[in-house]
Design a protein around this ligand. Structure first.
Ligand SMILES: [Zn+2]
Length: 84
C-alpha cells in the first residue's frame, strides 16, 4: 500500500497557529526544499484545517476541510458562478 502525499501551504498570521508537533502527529512531513508540509492522503483534510485555520465554508458554513469553500460551493465556482 502506498501513501499519497499532498503539499499543503500553511497560512500566515493565523490567530491560533498549530504547533509543529500537532502537524507531525497527523503524519505530515516538512519539505524543506518546497517549504510546504507534505500531508498523507488519509489525514490531509485535518492537517489542512490546522494549517489554514479554515474549518467552514465562507459561503454556506458547511465543513470545507481547510479550503475557503466547501466542495459544493467550489463546484459552483468552477461551473461559472464567479465568486471572489
Ligand atoms: Zn459552501
Amino acid at each position: 500500500m502506498t501513501t499519497t502525499y499532498i503539499a499543503i501551504l500553511a497560512s500566515k498570521g493565523l490567530e491560533h497557529p498549530p504547533t509543529e508537533t500537532d502537524i507531525r502527529a497527523l503524519g505530515a512531513v516538512w519539505s524543506r526544499g518546497r517549504r510546504v508540509w507534505m500531508a498523507p492522503d488519509e489525514t490531509a483534510d485535518a492537517i489542512r484545517v490546522l494549517l489554514t485555520g479554515r474549518a467552514a465554508c465562507s459561503d454556506c458554513g458547511a465543513p470545507s476541510h481547510g479550503y475557503e469553500r466547501c466542495p459544493d460551493c467550489r463546484r459552483g465556482v468552477i461551473t461559472g458562478a464567479r465568486g471572489r
